[in-house]
Ligand binder design. Structure first.
Ligand code: PSV
Ligand code: MN
Ligand code: MN
Length: 387
């Protein structure tokens, strides 16, 4: 097996983007539990996100969701983020919370609603220009609840038209990242339900359009690592929304439900050239913390991603290829399992210490007093929005 020393520099390449909305209150359709210390402003969300980076060294970017994170002056917000040691990253557009979007946004039968959805995305591109962000992430809640409710083929045409107009407004260094989700909030059909549909639209749009894979957006039993391998092969994997799930889009802490699946996904990422600064694949979290404290929840998530990345990097590619070539099924499987079962926690603690980071970020955060401070200072936080 590859040694930890051999992967140490590669681990330093890891950049994970945290979602601003993870720091606000969220919940289920049954209840949103308030929590002490919840941010009251966008700035407070960013300050909290900055703590995740300060203690882990893994999360230098914060993704925005518009209009949840709407402010007057985005350039000033970027400066605020930089002062706190992080930068604003992906801009997520939101065409799913206005009453106008009840029957969809870019695929809506009403041209006036489609126009509104397009304009919202164009406004998000303006924000990207103001903050120097490269990625516009589009997730659409579009779909129908009943057969016959709308013409599903016509909706694809409307969607393609709207996406094309948005794509045409991108700058040279911008990307459009199109996220898919198999159901919810629509229950009969969804307009971008799967990687194939997202891929088809991205290919039609051009090189600057890529697919976002949210790990919670598949039917149970789906082989997600196969989708990763395929999209990397096709040069169209643009971003991950990492989270974990037991049932549907649970948005739980990454690696909590199925660490082995996270390992398998990250192995295919490494294997397919999707890891590292120049890979073109953004690692984002898309989570909410309904019952646990939010900053520690995010710290746990980024550490879980790092731990499984380390294990994936430990896979001995030569040994694996040799076993595969010779048709030695069990030996090949052993190579992968050896890496998966390697406990890298002590090595990672040393790795952090050698880079001036706390060996145990979670303990260091809990001892820092930041949580107590925000709980004392902040009263009346916002709801983060629906996931
Ligand atoms: C939809 O379920 C989703 O995964 C999309 O990424 C949204 O933008 C996000 O959740 C936040 O609600
Ligand atoms: Mn998502
Ligand atoms: Mn989701």
């Amino acid at each position: 097996m590859t040694t930890f020393d051999a992967i140490s520099d590669r681990l330093a390449e890891q950049v994970i983007e945290v979602p601003s909305w993870a720091y606000g209150n969220s919940g289920t359709r049954f209840k949103v539990f308030g929590s002490a210390g919840t941010p009251r402003t966008v700035q407070e969300k960013i300050a909290d996100a900055a703590k995740v980076h300060e203690f882990t060294g893994l999360a230098p970017k914060v993704a925005l969701h518009i209009p949840w994170d709407q402010v007057e002056d985005f350039a000033a917000l970027q400066s605020f983020a930089v002062e706190h040691g992080v930068r604003l990253g992906t801009v997520n557009s939101n065409t799913f919370q206005d009453d106008d979007f009840k029957l969809g946004s870019l695929a809506n039968p009403d041209p006036a609603v489609r126009r509104k959805a397009i304009e919202h995305n164009l406004m998000c591109i303006d924000i990207m220009n103001e903050i120097g962000s490269t990625d516009l992430k589009i997730w659409l809640a579009d779909g129908t609840n009943y057969p016959g409710q709308d013409d599903i083929a016509a909706r694809q045409e409307r969607l393609a038209e709207g996406l094309a107009e948005i794509y045409a407004a991108l700058g040279d260094d911008h990307r459009l990242v199109l996220e898919y989700k198999f159901f919810e909030p629509a229950f009969y059909h969804t307009d971008v339900p799967d990687w194939g549909t997202s891929y088809a639209h991205c290919v039609a749009l051009g090189d600057k359009a890529t697919v976002c894979l949210d790990t919670g957006h598949h039917a149970p039993g789906t082989n997600i690592e196969f989708i990763v391998a395929q999209l990397l092969r096709l040069g169209k994997l643009g971003a991950f929304d990492f989270n974990s799930r037991f049932y549907a889009d649970d948005d739980l802490i990454v690696g909590a439900a199925d660490p082995f699946q996270l390992f398998r996904i990250l192995y295919e990422v490494v294997r397919g050239g999707g890891y590292g600064a120049d890979s073109g694949v953004a690692f984002m979290l898309d989570q909410c913390h309904n019952i646990e404290k939010k900053i520690p929840g995010q710290i746990r998530s980024v550490l879980n991603v790092q731990e499984m990345t380390a294990r994936a990097l430990l896979v001995d590619a030569d040994e694996l290829a040799a076993a595969q070539r010779s048709g030695d099924v069990l030996a090949a499987n052993d190579v992968l399992m050896d890496a998966f079962y390697t406990d890298v926690r002590a090595d990672l603690a040393d790795w952090r210490s050698s880079r001036g980071l706390p060996a145990e970020p979670m303990k260091a955060f809990l001892a820092s007093g930041y949580q107590e401070q925000i709980e004392a200072d902040r009263v009346g936080g916002n709801q983060a929005g629906w996931n």
